[in-house]
Write a protein that binds this ligand. Structure first.
Ligand code: MN
Length: 480
């Protein structure tokens, strides 16, 4: 009896497996039970999100989950429209390639238009879904990785041809929908060839392959009118210093960036190049550890004028800093270019890429953005994904709505803080001893040690004022 059951189970498993192969191997792409919606190959009859209306601003008292409570695109805050402060972007990879799979479990999300393949037709249909999504959400921008919008081919030529085909459709759809590319990037971490890194690989032919892939990714970003281009080095780093020539790898990385700058100028791409710091994961130690490390790298190799930084909040906390710290470090170095709007979990030590819902954190983020005079040509990219357990199509909208509302609320709060002025006054007062003749001499680099010693003898023991931290926290609380 037990044996029969086992045989039956094995047969069933075999059937399931065969079914999977049949689906993966199928050239035509149409999900089971949705044949009537597919039309010709990549087409889709009707809407991808038929139950979702265009999302509108309804104000804080609205109970409609599919509405904005705080984000009112056209409303002016501190002399600029909310949509121009925030410049929101949907990340194609999380929203349209995220399956809910994790290292322990299978995909949990089965969107209606997906057929389980990575075919070219499927890629194109997905692109159509992307533009319906961002149009209904009321976002102006989108971001992509080359390999997420188009399937990898067997050769570079085949991969490039796949990309060209999808990008041609994307161009047509974004023109019609009046949407723009915030940034493009090359996926240099998933393919096994990049296991030792891309620009920092120990293999010359891999370095060359990465160069060819980035060349193409810059070309298509330029073709789509992208306003920035991002370098995230998930595999650029080391697992062990025992087998690594760190100095040589960093030199290679700099040469790679120089060549990218030269190519960008050659083809007339005016978008900003952005480096996205992250301390580790997947690599044990990544070279673009945090904003300060990246700034130092750019200075050492004379690349400061050619790059800015894309600060991701979850990466900030992984490097042991707050997002606010990373934004301020980038800003005071003239390097704040873009924000990947997400957050981690305080109890989890890895990159969870959650939608940012903390109003206090959003207020501090927006304080940096306002001090920076905005982010343009950068913006806020939602590098964030639904939790594995959130599986309804409407969750894709709800997640973005709450992410947008949180930052919009942060903007309103930060504006209140600035208009109130008492926090700025607290900070001004803390440093007022430098608003003196000697202070000016120190800040101008004109006060030598002998002069200062003479002054100490004249003044005696200094009286030190309170830092007023709790008062500063009270002021912040008053605008939340
Ligand atoms: Mn992340």
């Amino acid at each position: 009896m037990m044996k029969m059951k086992l045989v039956k189970t094995l047969l069933l498993l075999l059937c399931v497996k065969l079914f999977c192969y049949a689906v993966i191997g199928a050239p035509q792409t149409c999900p089971a039970n949705n044949e009537d919606k597919c039309g010709d190959s990549d087409e889709w009859k009707g809407e991808f999100f038929p139950d979702i209306p265009k999302i509108k601003y309804e104000g804080p008292s609205s109970k409609n989950v599919l509405s904005f409570k705080w984000y009112n695109a056209e409303e002016e805050i501190l002399g600029k429209k909310m949509k121009d402060w925030l410049r929101f972007s949907v990340a194609f990879w999380h929203t349209f390639r995220g399956t809910g799979a994790d290292p322990f479990g299978a995909p949990t999300k089965y969107w209606l238009w997906e057929d389980g393949t990575n075919s070219l037709n499927m890629a194109k249909r997905r692109m159509r879904a992307n533009f319906e999504f961002i149009s209904k959400l009321g976002v102006d921008f989108w971001c992509f990785h080359d390999r997420d919008i188009a399937p990898d081919g067997k050769t570079l030529e085949e991969s490039n041809a796949n990309l060209d085909e999808v990008v041609a459709l994307a161009q047509e759809l974004q023109t019609k929908a009046k949407k723009r590319v915030l940034w493009g990037t090359a996926q240099l971490f998933m393919h096994p060839r990049y296991m030792h890194g891309a620009a920092t690989s120990s293999e010359l032919k891999v370095y060359a392959y990465a160069a060819a892939q980035v060349k193409k990714a810059i070309e298509v970003t330029h073709y789509l009118g992208g306003e920035n281009y991002v370098f995230w080095g998930g595999r650029e780093g080391y697992q062990s210093l025992l087998n690594t020539d760190m100095e040589r790898e960093l030199n290679h990385l700099a040469r790679f960036f120089e060549a990218a700058v030269a190519y960008k100028k050659k083809i007339g791409f005016n978008g900003t190049f952005l480096i996205e710091p992250k301390p580790q994961e997947p690599t044990k130690h990544q070279y673009d550890w945090d904003a300060a490390t990246s700034a130092n790298f750019l200075r050492k190799y004379g690349l400061t004028g050619e790059f800015k930084l894309n600060i991701e909040c979850n990466h900030a906390t992984l490097s042991g800093h707050s997002c606010h710290h990373e934004l301020e470090t980038a800003r005071i170095n003239g390097l704040l270019g873009n924000i990947d709007a997400n957050t981690g979990d305080p109890q989890v030590g890895w990159d969870t890429d959650q939608f940012l819902v903390d109003i206090q954190e959003a207020t501090l983020i927006m304080l940096s953005v306002i001090r920076n005079g905005g982010l343009a040509p950068g913006g806020f990219n939602f590098d964030a994904k639904l939790r594995r357990e959130s599986t309804d199509v409407e969750d894709l909208f709800i997640a973005h709505i709450v992410g947008m509302d949180t930052l919009a609320r942060g903007l309103r709060n930060a504006a209140k803080l600035i208009e109130d002025g008492s926090l700025a006054e607290l900070v001004r007062k803390r440093y007022q001893s430098f608003d003196t003749e000697i202070g000016a001499q120190i800040e101008a680099g004109k006060a030598d040690f002998e002069l200062l010693e003479k002054k100490v003898k004249e003044w005696g023991e200094p009286k030190v004022a309170s830092a007023k931290q709790e008062l500063a926290e009270m002021i912040l609380q008053s605008v939340l």
